[in-house]
Write a protein that binds this ligand. Structure first.
Ligand SMILES: [Zn+2]
Ligand SMILES: [Zn+2]
Length: 133
């Protein structure tokens, strides 16, 4: 069992992948919807204003943005950077361009794999024929 101290309240809890205890996680979820409402009502607020007004660390706000749960409007001036090329984006981890090339390379990876397994099958049956003889 992995027991850790909650990053928020310091209480011990069974670690399940989140740095917060279940109680604080619940609090954070509630906070999240408040923050979301706040941003909807104040679309031009910058991230530091939201952080101050909502008493949520900027780091946490950015995490929500990375998880694509939260997105600021262009007017807020809030931008994060694409993890691949550094282009300014509003939400998520990668820009549209990188997302597209990644999907493409995934597709070509898949077709290469498919071709590879076909080749393997071919040589296997060739060997079988050889053994049969
Ligand atoms: Zn806690
Ligand atoms: Zn990019």
């Amino acid at each position: 069992m992995d027991v850790r101290n909650c990053k928020m309240c310091g209480n011990l809890f069974n670690y399940t992948g989140s740095p917060l205890c279940p109680a604080c996680n619940n609090k954070m979820e509630k906070k999240f919807s408040e923050v979301k409402d706040y941003i909807r009502e104040n679309p031009t607020s910058s991230i530091s204003v939201v952080s101050e007004e909502m008493e949520v660390p900027i780091q946490q706000l950015k995490r929500w943005i990375r998880e694509e749960r939260l997105s600021f409007s262009k007017e807020s001036g809030v931008v994060i950077q694409c993890e691949k090329c550094g282009a300014p984006i509003l939400t998520g981890r990668f820009c549209k361009e990188c997302k597209r090339t990644m999907t493409k390379s995934l597709e070509s990876l898949y077709s290469v794999n498919a071709a590879g397994s076909d080749r393997k099958k071919g040589s296997e049956s060739a060997r079988m024929r050889f053994i049969d003889k």
